[in-house]
Design a protein around this ligand. Structure first.
Ligand code: HPA
Ligand code: ZN
Length: 350
């Protein structure tokens, strides 16, 4: 599938990638062995005893039908597998290695700039300090810029299934790293957790000069009202981008609102086709594109899909939306317009 010289060669900007979403079972195992830190199977409360056992449970794609939130007995749900990786990371070197893993992949796909999500609450709650995490990221970020020609910035996400109080504490801690952090996002399990719960801390972040975005996941569990809040409500006037938000394609007034506010949407097709019908997913992506809404393509959590990075995500939309090379190029240009780097930096990037 990667034999597409045109799409491979396009200079790329990636705006929807979770650094923790690249922690494959193998990488988890590597960190856990190195730190002599067993990984707990949340289903049994026993440590995983082999890489094979970990790989098997980590395969959140099995069964292929059904929602990612309610998997079978032997396979962990997406969030169980995802957060199960965090406890294996202990040292600055681990965070450095993790980020370098991304930057090297990115360089190989012609990614020139990335705004990378990270979930600090997931790390501090298993005992890692901000400093350990950020110093590892900082060292990798510098090396990638100098040696791989991949520039980047970080987007700190609040875990929406944690409290406002915890989000606020983590926001305060993030201020020390504002030279690295360009924006604030919202992710994790959205069920029953509207963006408005975090309005106070989003308003502070906007005042302090951060850019804002929030996840609105795709499928029947996720109300249109959450998208409406992100588009119009957060911090009084709405966020700067919407992450996912594909449900909006089924609603004329919401698509009109998103278009009139010129809100960009980050779309990650491999994340949706695991639990939504293909024709609906690609029909909706095509509809947003044809309506003139600014969408860009990201990879979300490559290690939890089928090892599908931004290149594979571009290729799958090209194929199933029937996009021409010129239209794929347009998707890449949208990412330039949507990104939060300063104007001069953008011009030097591409
Ligand atoms: N949705 C919500 N939270 C997440 C995701 C996602 O796709 N990936 C990592 N955290
Ligand atoms: Zn995401």
């Amino acid at each position: 599938t990667t034999n597409d010289p045109y799409v491979s060669a396009i200079p790329k900007i990636e705006l929807h990638i979770h650094i923790e979403g690249i922690i494959s079972a193998d990488l988890k195992w590597k960190f856990s062995q190195r730190n002599a830190q067993p990984i707990t199977n949340p289903r049994t409360n026993q440590p995983f005893s082999s890489l094979e056992e970990l790989r098997d449970s980590h395969d959140t794609l099995k069964p292929r039908a059904g929602n990612r939130m309610d998997n079978s007995e032997e396979t962990l749900s997406f969030f169980e597998a995802y957060y199960g990786g965090f406890e294996a990371l202990k040292t600055t070197r681990d965070y450095y290695d993790l980020a370098m893993e991304y930057y090297e992949r990115a360089a190989g796909m012609n990614v020139r700039y990335a705004e990378i999500f990270f979930d600090p609450q997931g790390h501090t709650r298993v005992g890692t300090s901000w400093e350990t995490m950020m110093e590892g990221f900082r060292a990798a970020q510098g090396k990638a810029e100098r040696e791989l020609d991949v520039k980047s910035a970080w987007i700190m996400c609040f875990l929406r299934d944690e409290s406002l109080e915890s989000a606020t504490q983590h926001y305060n801690a993030a201020l020390k790293y504002r030279d690295m952090i360009i924006g604030i996002g919202l992710d994790s399990n959205e069920v029953g957790r509207p963006p408005s719960l975090f309005d106070g801390v989003f308003a502070r972040a906007r005042n302090d000069g951060f850019r804002l975005t929030a996840h609105c996941d795709v499928g029947k569990h996720y109300p249109l009202d959450h998208i409406h809040q992100v588009a119009l409500g957060i911090a009084g006037i709405g966020a700067d981008r919407i992450d996912h938000g594909l449900n909006a394609a089924g609603d004329a007034s919401l698509t009109t609102l998103i278009k009139s506010k010129e809100l960009g949407m980050t779309i990650c097709p491999w994340s949706y086709i695991r639990h939504q019908p293909l024709d609906e997913v690609f029909g909706r992506i095509r509809a947003l594109f044809d309506a003139g809404i600014m969408i860009s393509i990201g990879s979300d959590d490559p290690a939890f899909m089928e090892d599908t990075w931004v290149l594979e995500n571009l290729l799958v939309v090209k194929k199933y939306c029937g996009f021409t090379n010129v239209e794929v190029q347009k998707l890449a240009e949208n990412a330039i317009n949507m990104c939060w780097a300063s104007g001069g930096a953008k011009e030097r990037m591409m």
